[in-house]
Design a protein around this ligand. Sequence first.
Ligand SMILES: Cc1cc2nc3c(=O)[nH]c(=O)nc-3n(C[C@H](O)[C@H](O)[C@H](O)COP(=O)(O)O)c2cc1C
Length: 206
Amino acid sequence: MSEFLKAMAFRHACKAFDTEKQIPSEQFDSILEVARTSPSSFGMEPWRLIVVRNPNLRKALKSACWNQNQITECSELVIFTTDNDTVRSDSPYVRKMFERRGLPTEAVDMYMGVYENYLKPIEEDEILLENWTAKQCYIALGNMMTYAATLEIDSCPIEGFDKEEVEAILDLEYGHSVAVICAFGYRSKAQSEQKRLDLKQIVEIR
Ligand SMILES: Cc1cc2nc3c(=O)[nH]c(=O)nc-3n(C[C@H](O)[C@H](O)[C@H](O)COP(=O)(O)O)c2cc1C
């Protein structure tokens, strides 16, 4: 089996973490590096990650996250937030992100036009915009979890939370929102058997 598929088999949504085991900092840094180098639509990198280590903050978050133990028991807790305001099509940030590619001004202007056409109907609705930036976070999330599994580090993606409550606890800046949460650490129990549909149930060849 390829190393990648081994990691896919190792990864599971870890519910019970070993509270005695901490992820070595170089390894956790490398998991964050995987987020940083993940792809995003138009290269806008709208994710802003918050690593929560403060035990009191973790406790407060736990109650806003359906009281899930992973929040307080994992070694590292990552909150994927998004900066929705800076990716609006009239934001100077967007031009800068295109300019950093070293393109001539006409090419940057062309990208800006395509971006504006694409984003206009999305950015008119706050929820659509938050969903668009959140989608980018899920790419980083998936990469991070699978990469962590190659290091035999467990994870649990978490969508079970009250978004408004979590955002209030974190006192997010205007225009920022919470997309998803991920707990990283080491399992304290064996993982249960992986249940999945068969390929033929999910793939159609036309
Ligand atoms: C986006 C997302 C959100 C999830 N949210 C939670 C959660 O809040 N709590 C939890 O225990 N598991 C959560 N899960 C885990 C799924 O229930 C789990 O991945 C699925 O049942 C398959 O099991 P496995 O990952 O162990 O193979 C989430 C998974 C994903 C992908």
